[in-house]
Design a protein. Sequence first.
Length: 549
Amino acid sequence: MSAYRPEGLKTAPDQGEQPPSNAPVGPRLGLRGWLRWMWRQLTSMRVALMLLLLLAAVALPGAFFPQRPVDPNGVIQYYRDHPETAEVLDALHLFDVYSSPWFSAVYLLLFASLIGCIVPRTIAHARNLRAEPTRVPRRFSRFDVRSELRTGLSPAETERTLMAALGRRYVRRTGVEDRTTASGSQVQVRTISAERGRGRETGNVLFHLALVGLLVVTAWGQLVHYRGQIVVVEGRTFVNAPLDYDSFDTGAWFAGESVEPFRLRLDDFSSVFTDDAQPRDFTASVTLLTPDGAEREQDIRLNHPLETDSTRVYLSGNGYAPEVTITDAEGEVAFAGSTMFLPSGDLFYTSNGVIMAPDANGGELQYGFSGVLLPTVLESPEGDPVGSVYPEALDPVMVLNLYTGDLGLDDGLPQNLYTLDTTNMEPVAATGPDGSQTPVQLVLRPGETVELPDGLGTITFDGLPRFAALDVRYDPSIPWMGVFAGLAFVSLMASLFLPRRRVWARIAPGPGGTTVVTAAALARGDDPGLRRELDRVLSPLGQMTKENS
């Protein structure tokens, strides 16, 4: 028994049924078609703008997290403050955003998109620059800006007058048309086509080419650059060589010959603060010494770097580097020199530091001092130092704790020279009247010598020089970035403010020996000055007609 089917009701074919042979089948793109489709999407202006916004978005983490190439100490401090979070951020390349794979991917896609957009557009614009203005439209009635006037000049004189009024700003083209009058006679009508403002599209093309240039030179600069950080104490000199830097970062195409040979000596460091401890000025007075024996003295300030032939030296930080002399239990000098104390971040330059004496007692019992430097000490009523009240060294005091044991410098493991590793060391304690043990705290002012407990020797606070943290950069792309940025700005102004206008005129003989001129003008986009421009072009005809009359 067969199932009832209402007449006209379409049902799906059975498994064994085949669709009709004449049924339409959609074309298949295939691999080549899909690649062409993806390339067209990538090179569309919409995707280019999306990639530009995405590049700005993926660059944002660089403003929130310290970047290892720029601020390695900030990354170290972030690891100390947030060890668990720092591991995750480092795995996501958030401490080196601009060298991360995802930032590079967006960067390269944007570069490819701009190239795909601008190359065909540049070729088409180059062809248009050589092309003549468009022909005169058949009817002027469809243009909003149009005029008609009658002059007593001959058609030839009218044509010359209009050509002169248009001037060299317009690309001009003349022609002749055969027209039939209302009476059925044939007349020759002169035509003028003029166009100006092709520089607007030129500016648009140059703007995009400048953006491509910026991308290229920025990438080139990242590949060939080098950057080093060094801390220099007053009176000392550093050599511009990779081994002399505290940290040194290079691009993938870095060449050793790009390191310019020179030496830099820090002669003096000065700072200016207001009464409420606000910084006003920092000045590092340096002497630049070149291999040919020349010397050049210059001051380095914030945002005013020292510039050599190919290198810039920036002032990035400063602090105090107390000079101390330490003798051991045998009376031998175990350490003599200056040690950097890093500011803790408050306004008063309260600084933390470490002094190590690995040669004390022949290396068998090494000394380590950990403490704080107070540039202008604030004391309690009992005379104990409690803090600093001003960043300048008006009354400096150094407060140190002493540890003895093994500093671990001979193990071959890297250590932070600004933090004392007390794993294999013991604090030196003093016995109080009641027999209790309290850690020894040494308080020194410049020029003072303090005896170490238990006959361990002495420590002398010799002086308090300043140090300057310098950032040395080599990036040959910076001048080119300025060139392309300037070109982009000028081109953008041209593309925004140069008017794109077309003017057409038709010159026909009129009754009574007159000449009839009909003209129209068209602009790309909104142009409130278009009517004035057409009136300007036609105004000489009216003046000459009045003079002749």
